[in-house]
Each structure stands twice: as C-alpha cells, then as structure tokens.
Design a protein around this ligand. Structure first.
Ligand SMILES: *Cc1c(COP(=O)(O)O)cnc(C)c1O
Length: 404
C-alpha cells in the first residue's frame, strides 16, 4: 500500500482556527479498528471518529464501492432525481418502520430539519408560536437553532440570544413533562436523544419512551428523536428507540450512516412526511450520489456481516468486563450504555485521559467532564476488545490512584 508523505504533527496551526482542544498526534492511515499516526505509531480506535466509522477504516468492500461511485458521479444537485436517494430512503423506511427521508450532510443539519418540520407542522395546524420540548443535558448541534435546543449553557455562552420556542424538561420524568406543557396549546413536538451522547451517555428508560410516545399521540405532538449518535446499529438495534418497541414521527440520523462520508438524514412517519413541501427546505450537497452509495453499502455490509449482533455481543462483553474490573472501585461512579455506546463515569474530571490513552495506543473520548466514552467501530472483535481493555484498565487505575 502506498501512503502519501507524512506531515509533521504540529501542536498548533498558524492557519487552522483554534476551535478544538486537540491531542497532539496526526493520523495517517488505518485498517479495521486500527489507525497509524504519521510517525508510524499504532492505535486501537475506540472512538471511530465519534461513532462515525461504523465499518472501521479501509474496509475491503466499502472502499472499492466508493471508488466505483467516484468514477461515475460524485455530485449532481437536487435539480434532478438521484436514484441512490430513492434506494437509501426505502432502506431506512424499511428498517425504521417509517415512510420517507430527506438527506443532508451532518447531524446538526438533520436536527435543523427536524426543528423546521416541527414548527411547520404547528403552523399548518394554525399554531403561530410553536413550542418544542427539549431536555436537560441534550446535545443537538452547534448551529444557532440546534445550539438553542442543546441543554448545555457552557456551549451556548457567547452566542446568545438563543432561539426561542423551546421548553426544557428533565430526563425520564413523565410527570415533569406533563407539568411543563400543561394547558399549553402551542406545544408541537417532543425532541430528545434516546441515549444522550455528548451529555454523558444518559439513556431514556423504555417505559419513559413508551409513555412519551403515548402522550405525543394523545396530544397530536410529533415525537422527534435524535438518533445521530445512538442510531445505525451502535446499540445493537438499527435505532436505539427500537429497544422500547416504539416508532417516532421524525428521526434524525447522521454520524454512522455512511461510515465516514459526510451525510445526514431525517426519516419521517405518516404524520410528518408531507409537512415539508417544495421550497420549504433544501441542501446543495445533501443526498449526493457519493454519500448515498456510502450509506447503501454501509447498510448492506452491516447486514451481511451481522454487525448489529456483533455490536450487542461485543458491547455486553466490554461493559461486563468494565463492570467486573472497575465497577466497585470507589473512583468509578457508574458504567452504563447499550451495545457499543458505553460510558464510564468517574468521580473526578478526566479529560486528561484522552491524551494519556493516545500515548498508550488507544483512541477514546471523554464527555460531560468525567465520563470516559467508548464508541468503537461495529466490526470490533473480541480479541480487539480484550486489547482495548488491556490498554485502558491500567491507565484508569493509575489515574484514579493519583492524589488530586
Ligand atoms: C454529533 C451529534 C450531533 C451533531 O452532529 P454534527 O454532524 O456534528 O453536526 C447532533 N446530535 C447528536 C445526538 C450528536 O451526537
């Protein structure tokens, strides 16, 4: 294999804006669950580009399919029909039990479409000041509207005023939801992540999901679910809400849908499929032939290789081992999650673990200050999970043993 000459890893860049606290390594290439940096050091990837690289890196069936697509068409615009959109929308409808899809390029774009659709659903019913219920600790993106829906004042600071039209409630409290919306005729939708990713791997309980589904049906609200991180097989079901046996009215997808090619989508049920009409919404890049091919091939390979089952099995194994090794440690508050979306909450902030793990040859993330988050590719094997643990456990034990 031929890899381009490496650039030296720079601690900061004179020309790239300083919007990220980056680990001082630069990655060059990958294969499966492994990546190598420009100096040849190898890392096990338990981040998957933040739940994006569903099939890991350099997948032997995805790469030729993308090469084939690039040689045909990359982009055409939505002035014309894109056959791949029809095919991917049909597959998403089939897997979700829903009806239609709209394609965009990222998570925040998908959520922006959700918010526009929910507001228009209200206006179509004569509600001129539509209100959307959102949740504490939610993360929906960094555009002005999705940042407003996000439940993290640290991220919002400096970008006020936030967009109005949101009612915020706590997770898993159906009475709080009823109280917050009592007698309010302007409510049009409830919007949440089935399992909050950036908020610290906080799950909506199945009984809560079913109660919200029933309430939305009763009150003619749209049930809108952000599955941008928890969807696409990561929890062992195609979409995490399917563990509760419910079907939303609108669902947002992005991250893992095309294994690394930028993509976003909303999927709608019958109540929401006709709300957006020509002229109401659009995207230049959205649904282009390359992204559609990447999505279709990702879904095909996931099915052929049983990756949902693998995510469930490897997730259970990894979470079980973490609980067995660290679950009773006084410095560990909780190990939680579903499938390969796992958080280990420590009793102290642990952001420094990201760089230390990289040093030890492991890519991880830390979210909500004190939650070690593991989101490996869905192709991970048991031997690789063992290796992940062998690299992670000593690191966490040493970190927890340190004096403040
Ligand atoms: C990552 C994420 C987003 C934002 O996605 P971008 O592609 O970064 O815009 C939105 N919602 C959830 C749940 C996410 O995890």
């Amino acid at each position: 294999m031929n890899h381009p000459a490496a650039l030296p890893a720079a601690p900061s860049s004179p020309h790239v804006m300083n919007t990220y606290g980056r680990v001082p390594i630069a990655l060059s290439h990958g294969h499966g669950c492994r990546v190598w940096d420009v100096n040849g050091k190898e890392y096990l990837d338990a981040l998957a580009g933040i739940a994006v690289n569903t099939l890991g890196h350099n997948h032997p069936r995805l790469v030729p399919a993308l090469q084939d697509q690039i040689s045909k068409l990359i982009h055409t615009s939505n002035y014309y029909h894109v056959p791949g959109q029809e095919q991917l929308a049909a597959r998403l409808a089939e897997l979700s039990g829903m009806s239609k899809a709209f394609f965009c390029n990222s998570g925040l774009e998908a959520n922006e479409a959700v918010l526009k659709l929910a507001r228009k659903f209200g206006h179509d019913k004569g509600i001129s000041n539509p209100q959307i219920v959102v949740y504490e600790r939610a993360f929906h993106g960094r555009s002005i509207a999705t940042l407003s829906a996000t439940g993290n004042t640290k991220l919002q600071k400096g970008f006020e005023p936030m967009v109005p039209g949101f009612i915020r409630v706590p997770l898993n409290d159906i009475e709080a939801l009823k109280r917050a919306t009592e007698g309010n005729p302007d409510v049009v939708a409830v919007f949440f992540e089935t399992i909050q990713g950036e908020g610290g791997i906080n799950a909506m309980r199945n009984e809560y999901l079913r109660a919200v589904r029933a309430l939305c049906t009763e009150r003619d609200w749209l049930l809108c679910i952000d599955e941008v991180q928890s969807g696409m097989g990561r929890t062992g079901k195609w979409f995490a809400h399917q563990w509760a046996g419910i079907v939303p009215d609108v669902m947002a997808l992005a991250k893992g849908l095309a294994s690394g090619v930028p993509i976003g989508a909303i999927v709608t049920g019958p109540k929401a499929s006709e709300v957006l009409q020509p002229g109401n919404h659009g995207s230049t890049f959205g649904g282009n032939p390359l992204a559609m091919r990447a999505g279709l091939e990702t879904l095909r390979i996931m099915e052929e290789d049983g990756l949902l089952e693998n995510a469930a099995r490897m997730g259970d194994y990894l979470m079980g081992r973490l609980r067995a090794e660290l679950g009773t440690h006084p410095g560990v508050k909780e190990v939680r999650g579903q499938g390969l979306m796992i958080g280990m909450e420590l009793a102290k902030p642990c952001g420094t673990l990201i760089a230390r793990a990289a040093e030890a040859g492991l890519l991880i993330s830390v979210t909500a200050d004190s939650v070690v988050r593991l989101l490996p590719p869905l192709i991970i094997s048991q031997a690789e999970v063992d290796e992940l643990l062998a690299r992670l456990l000593p690191l966490v034990r040493a970190f927890l043993a340190e004096q403040e």
